[in-house]
Ligand binder design. Structure first.
Ligand SMILES: Nc1ncnc2c1ncn2[C@@H]1O[C@H](COP(=O)(O)OP(=O)(O)OP(=O)(O)O)[C@@H](O)[C@H]1O
Ligand SMILES: [Mg+2]
Length: 447
């Protein structure tokens, strides 16, 4: 279902700058969309046209198939449904305290005082902002301001959330938290639109990418098509994502094949093969099971391996014990043939009572009852539950991918997942199992 559509949209600023120059796009409900493009290509202007902040001189914007009207009543309505986080947080924050800033939207929606209180508290908690609650926004660091601006929009629970450069000024942990939050919101059915200069982020996060240049759509499509097109990247002054660069290098050396990967898991898959135990990059040939090979590597490394179903043995050729038979572990060795399992524990979502409705002892018993090599937590209520149970997750961002990568290394994983995210983990694993040659066992348990 289409949620936002533009038809031959054109916008020029009062000084005559033609910022948007004929844009026709359709954005579907529930998708994660990334706009990329050089400085001045029109991303921010387009976003302001989406929710009626700017009025086009030509063409139109449609929301749920209806043209935008620019009277103040219609604009108020539309802004409840399309929330924007501006590129510059100073344009967004004005209230005397963080609390009042985040409360502004919910108050305007007509919620009662108690509802506002609970909504703001929940939002601040989920974004790790509780401690800043009473601070004036202009005393915050720029990363903190960004988070408060995002919280203000999230608290309104709009159908579409637009974030212009959401990660600028955020530290890596803060950036990951925000992207996780956006994933959680998408999972609740929201449509998320961002602009970014970070191709690594856009390639692994987005369902659809639009490339803007000179106020026009230069190209659009799935990230795997956009970001593997070197000519397109050069014409639009974008760079290839690091994962694609790495893949291209591996591909040139004959150790990876297939479509350009967008994630680490895809990259590892591009190096997997159903019949190969060891790959010989130097000789540019594949080594079959039970064959013995010698490769030149750094002194002391195991350079020859004999692969069987259960384990691999290798010969250390150049260190002190050259020629000794050694057991190869972890290096595509004995763990290779074993695949770890993923147990997903479903935690009720915040809105369903969250960790309050969870028997923490039951979670602890689960963890103590079986040995898990890695633990992940996905979504707000799962993270809170983990903290209450005294569990320090090995991964709380990119959880599905991290769990699958670990399982493929032979490690067993426990994943605490909020609400429907539990099914999402299983769905992703099942999808991968259909394509891959190494089956990962995945099951869901509710607490
Ligand atoms: N208020 C304004 N008055 C005149 N021209 C403007 C105004 N705001 C933006 N522009 C111009 O419109 C064009 C598009 O700007 P816009 O801010 O939409 O680009 P952008 O893609 O968001 O860039 P960035 O990556 O730097 O954020 C640019 O040429 C810019 O100089
Ligand atoms: Mg901009």
């Amino acid at each position: 279902m289409v949620i936002i559509e533009t038809r031959d949209l054109k916008y020029a600023y009062p000084d005559g700058t033609q910022a948007i120059d004929g844009i026709d796009i359709t954005i579907e409900t529930g998708k994660k969309i990334a706009f990329v493009g050089p400085n001045g290509s029109g991303k921010s202007t387009l976003f302001l046209l989406f929710n009626g902040t700017l009025k086009p001189q030509h063409g139109e914007v449609l929301f749920h198939d209806r043209s935008l009207h620019y009277d103040s009543r219609s604009l108020n309505e539309i802004r409840k449904q399309i929330g924007i986080v501006f590129q510059n947080s100073n344009d967004q924050l004005f209230a005397p305290t963080v609390y009042h800033d985040v409360a502004f939207g919910p108050v305007n929606l007509g919620l009662t005082e108690e509802e506002v209180e609970s909504c703001v508290t929940r939002t601040l908690e989920s974004m790790g902002l509780t401690e800043l609650r009473d601070k004036p926004p202009h005393h915050l660091s720029s990363g903190q301001k960004k988070k408060v601006a995002i919280a203000g929009v999230v608290a309104m629970e709009p159908d579409v959330i637009i974030l212009d450069e959401p990660l600028s000024n955020l530290d890596p942990a803060g950036a990951s938290e925000i992207m996780e939050l956006l994933n959680e919101l998408k999972h609740l059915g929201k449509t998320i639109i961002i602009s970014t200069h970070d191709v690594d982020l856009a390639s692994r996060w987005a369902d659809v990418v639009y490339v803007l240049k000179g106020g026009q759509i230069y190209s659009s499509g799935h990230p795997s098509r956009i970001f593997s097109d070197r000519a397109l990247m050069e014409h639009t002054k974008l760079k290839l994502p690091a994962i694609v660069e790495t893949f291209r290098e591996f591909e040139a050396r004959g150790i990876a094949e297939g479509h350009a990967p967008m994630t680490l898991l895809d990259l590892m898959d591009s190096m997997e093969s159903p019949y190969i135990g060891v790959r010989c990059a130097v000789a540019d040939c594949d080594i079959q099971k039970r064959q013995q090979v010698g490769l030149c590597m750094r002194e002391g490394t195991i350079v020859a391996a004999l692969y069987s179903e259960q384990e691999a043995t290798g010969k250390a050729l150049s260190d002190a014990a050259a020629g000794d038979e050694v057991l190869v572990e972890n290096v595509r060795g004995s763990l290779l043939s074993k695949t770890g399992r993923i147990l997903v524990v479903q935690i009720p979502r915040v809105i369903e009572g969250g960790s309050k409705n969870v028997d923490i002892e039951e979670v602890q018993a689960l963890l103590n009852g079986a040995t898990f090599d890695k633990v992940g937590a996905m979504g707000t209520s799962a993270k809170v539950t983990a903290a209450k149970a005294g569990i320090h997750p090995d991964f709380d961002v990119d959880v599905i991918q991290s769990a699958m990568l670990s399982a493929l290394r032979g490690l067993d994983c426990l994943v605490l997942a909020s609400g429907g995210m539990a099914e999402l983990v299983k769905k992703r694993v099942d999808e991968r199992n259909q394509g891959g040659n190494r089956h990962i066992q995945c099951s869901i348990e509710k607490v």
